[in-house]
Design a binder for this molecule. Sequence first.
Ligand SMILES: *[C@@H]1O[C@H](CO)[C@@H](O)[C@H](O)[C@H]1NC(C)=O
Ligand SMILES: *[C@@H]1O[C@H](CO)[C@@H](O)[C@H](O)[C@H]1NC(C)=O
Ligand SMILES: *[C@@H]1O[C@H](CO)[C@@H](O)[C@H](O)[C@H]1NC(C)=O
Length: 490
Amino acid sequence: MKWRPLLLSPLLFIFLVSISTVFHGLVLSHTIPEERDHQHSNKMRLELIHRHSPQLIGKLVHEASNNNMPKSQQERILQLVLRDTTRHRMISHKRGQYGPNSRRKNWEFNTSIEMPMHSGADYGAGEYFVQVRVGKPAQKFMLIADTGSDLTWVYCSTRNTHKRRQGNHRRVFHADRSSSFETIPCLSNMCKVQLADLFSLTTCPTPITPCAYDFSYIDGSAALGIFADDTITVGLTNGRKMMLDNVLVGCTESTQGAAFKGADGVLGLGYGKFSFATKAAEKFGGKFSYCLVDHLSPMNISNYLIFGGTRNEHSLLGNVRYTKLLLNVIPSSYAINVKGISIGDVMLRIPFEVWDANVGGGTILDSGTSLTILAEPAYKPVMNALGMSLSKYKRLLSDIKPFEYCFNSTGFDQSLVPRLVFHFADGARFEPLVKSYIIDVAPQTKCLGFLSVRWPGTSIIGNIMQQNHLWEFDLVRSVVGFAPSSCTCT
Ligand SMILES: *[C@@H]1O[C@H](CO)[C@@H](O)[C@H](O)[C@H]1NC(C)=O
Ligand SMILES: *[C@@H]1O[C@H](CO)[C@@H](O)[C@H](O)[C@H]1NC(C)=O
Ligand SMILES: *[C@@H]1O[C@H](CO)[C@@H](O)[C@H](O)[C@H]1NC(C)=O
C-alpha cells in the first residue's frame, strides 16, 4: 500500500498534488504490454448475475444473503417492487438535490420513508452482480453493478482498521496487501472539488490524510471510507486478462445503519467522470453493452456486460436502432428522449412534459430498476389502453399490490395483445416483448408490469422491459443502440 508523500515541504506538496491531478485527467488506465496493440479488437466481459439467479448461490459470503432467495414468483416480484420503489426515490432525491444551488452533502433532509429497509439488497443499488478483481495481486469480489451511481467501492480494511475487523466474516479488500493502492490526499483539488459529487468530506486534519467520503443513502445508511486509486483486473473475450490502472475505488471501512448485506460493494456504472463505466469505456472505444435474458423465468444463459463493440458478440434478431443518450441531464443516469408511447399503433395522449427532463419529467434506461416506472400522466393512459385489450380475460381484483391490473391468464394468447412501442424523439422505436410488460406474478396470474410515480417524476425503462434486447451505450457519440436478441453469444 502506498500512501502519498509523507514528509514534504509545502511547495513540493502542492506541486505533487497538481501533478497527481493532471495524472487523473490523463492517465486513466494502461494495458499490460502484450495487450496494448490489440485493445480495440478485444473486449472486456463481465458476467452479470441476477440477484435471484441460482448462479449466485454460494458466491456471496454473507450467510444471510443466500437464504434471502424468494420462495415463490409472487415473493420474487414483490421483492423487486420494493427495491424499485426505493431506487426511484433515490434517483428523485439525487435529481432534486443536484440543482444549481446545492452541490455537496445535502442528503440531510427529512424524508418520509414508507418502507423499512434492512439490507443492502433493499437499498436499491441494483439487481445484477459482477465479479471484479481489485488490487495487485488481485483480490476477488462480488459487486452490485449499478448503472445509477458513479462510485465504485468495496468493503475494505487498511492498516488502521483491520484490527477492529477481526471476527467479522465479511469478505474485505486488504488495501495493505495491494501494491497499487494509492490514497488521494484530502488537500488535493481532486478531493475538494472533483470528488465533491461523490460525497468527499471537507475535513482535512493533515495534508496527507486520505480523502474520505460519507456516501449516504436515503434510508439513513451510509458507506464511509477513503478514496483511492487502484488496479482492477478484468477478463477479455479472448480469455486473457487486462489491468485497468488508477481506477477510483472507494475503500469502505464502515457502513452505518442498514448493512449492505450480500454484496462486497458496488461497481459504479453510472455516467460520471470517475465511474468505472466511463473509465473502462475509454479503454474500449467508448462503448459498453449488455443483453439481459428473462430473469422472471430463469434459464441457464449468462448475461454479460461487455466493454467494446459488441455487434458480432450477440446473435441479433433485427436491425440495430439508435437514439440519443442525454448524458448529464439526470445525474449519473442514462437518459433518453422518449416522446410518446403507442399501443396497437395508436399514439396515447400523454402530456409532452412527462418526457421533458427540464420540467421534472424525462426517462432513463436503468438496469438496476426491474419494472418500468411511469409518471402518472403516462401511467394512466398506458394502463387504460392495455387493460381494455385484456378485457376478455377475467380480471383479478384480489390485490397483488402494488399491481393495479391483474388477470387470470388461463388461455392467454400473447400474440393477440396489441404491441406497446416507445417512440423516441429522433424517430427510433423500441418494441419490447409482450412478456416484458404483461408479467407472470403468480400461477395463472399475470399483471401489467408498470409502477406509477406522482408527477413531476422520472420515468424509468427497467430491466424487465429491456430484456431480450442488446443495449449498446456509446459514450463517445452519446447514442444508445438497441436490437432484439436472444442474448446468446455467438
Ligand atoms: C429532521 O427531523 C429531526 C427529528 O425528527 C428534527 O430534529 C430536525 O430538526 C429535522 N430537520 C429538518 C431540516 O427539518
Ligand atoms: C447451468 O449450467 C452450468 C454449466 O453449463 C451447469 O454446471 C449447471 O448445473 C447448470 N445449472 C442449472 C440450474 O441447470
Ligand atoms: C383461473 O381460471 C381457471 C378456469 O376458469 C380456474 O380454474 C383457476 O382457478 C383460475 N385461477 C385463478 C388464479 O383465479
